[in-house]
Write a protein that binds this ligand. Structure first.
Ligand code: MLT
Length: 387
């Protein structure tokens, strides 16, 4: 029986995928084999020796100590694209919220309550204070053309916007999905200099922290509108507040408000609603559950952020070895099998950064002693034998 711990509420259609005969799922479990999580903070958690994997039902993994997990042989999965449509729809909403002054206008309109028959007249008289530009014909700069960025780009192009995108890691698969009118630029400064609206779709890490800052805002057109439904830390608070106060920025729409930006004129704050749709919650839960099941039962890795993708079917015993991405490990592993006269039917070795994953289809019995011999190889982090 495998134990799965859920740290947040996970959609039932996802947890239902775990076969009840093999899995026990609960929010309080000691030393689980896998954890399912949405946004719960995991940086201070100590992980038990049984923990094989963490499935993040969502895209961002900044709530998980991804590097420490790699070091401990714990695979961290996410669900890229599973909530992309939900986020895309909110980005289009955010562009309009920031442009057409909708939040202020709604507050004002509600404040007319109690004026009886005069309300209609007051609406017509007061509405001019909420005039804001259309999106059509304006330039949208997209920083990050991944699963969400590409959908935003295509939707904005369909609304008649000129779209320019920046993504140094743009994949061929994504590039092929982009509307042909979308211009991809290799210099992020061009996005800042040319865009009327800028939206961020990159993960938060040391490289992307403060992507929108005093320097990049200085490159922007006056009255630029910034949309940030990705992570709060991508925008420097002091810089965006100063830009809103000086008129350099006309609006900052964020799904990650904090105490600094709340209440500042021009800030539209939402409570991290990007993926809050039943459809996205279902899609993420299903994808995370499928990834965990395939890893726990078969050792296959798909959509991991700290180990390479690797899938292999085995006819014999599958040996799954997580190890450092350094020379001479493979030769030591194959020698161990050779010395035991165990033939390798098939083998796959993949690397991601400092870490590698090797799966061996071995035609023979893999004893505990053999498994221990693999573990003793310097650089080997974890060994699992799946029969
Ligand atoms: C994501 O990272 O997938 C979105 O921000 C939504 C979420 O945190 O669940």
């Amino acid at each position: 029986m495998y134990n799965i711990q859920t740290l947040n509420k996970i959609a039932k259609c996802g947890t239902d995928l775990f076969d009840a005969a093999k899995y026990n799922i609960a929010d309080e479990i000691d030393n689980p084999e896998a954890i399912m999580v949405r946004s719960a903070a995991m940086h201070d958690m100590q992980f038990g020796s049984n923990l094989l994997a963490i499935g993040r039902a969502g895209a961002g993994t900044n709530n998980i100590p991804v590097d420490r997990c790699a070091e401990e042989g714990i695979v961290v999965f996410n669900t890229p694209g599973a909530n992309a449509n939900a986020v895309k729809e909110l980005v289009i909403t955010a562009l309009l919220l920031g442009s057409r002054k909708i939040p202020e206008a709604m507050i004002w309109a509600n404040g007319l309550k109690g004026n009886g028959a005069e309300v209609g007249k007051m609406v017509e008289k007061g509405k001019s204070q909420f005039v804001g530009p259309e999106l059509y014909g304006k330039t949208l700069g997209i920083i990050g053309l991944g699963a969400i960025g590409v959908l935003v780009a295509n939707a904005a192009a369909a609304l008649g916007m000129n779209v320019i995108g920046y993504d140094p890691y743009l994949s061929v698969k994504t590039a092929l999905r982009l509307d042909p009118s979308v211009k991809s630029v290799s210099d992020i400064k061009k996005v800042f200099a040319q865009a009327d609206y800028i939206t961020l779709h990159v993960p938060y890490n040391a490289d992307t922290k403060g992507t929108v800052n005093a320097e990049t805002l200085a490159l922007c057109k006056d009255g630029v509108r910034i949309v940030n439904l990705a992570r709060g830390e991508l925008v420097d608070d002091a810089a965006i507040i100063a830009a809103l106060e000086s008129g350099k920025a006309a609006a900052y729409v964020t799904d990650f408000p904090n105490d600094n930006v709340l209440g500042v004129k021009g800030v539209v704050a939402m409570p991290h609603l990007g993926a809050s749709t039943p459809e996205a919650e279902d899609n993420c839960a299903i994808m995370a559950a499928e990834e965990l099941i395939d890893y726990v039962e078969n050792g296959n890795i798909k959509n991991s952020v700290n180990y390479p993708n690797a899938e292999m079917t085995a006819t014999g015993t599958k040996i799954c070895i997580m190890h450092k991405n350094v020379p001479a490990i493979l030769s030591q592993l194959t020698t161990i099998l050779g010395n035991e006269k165990i033939n390798i039917e098939n083998m796959i070795n993949k690397s991601k950064g400092d870490y590698s994953y090797t799966m061996i289809d071995a035609a023979g019995e893999v004893t505990d002693a053999l498994s221990d011999a693999f573990k003793a190889v310097e650089g080997v982090i974890r060994v699992r034998v799946i029969k």
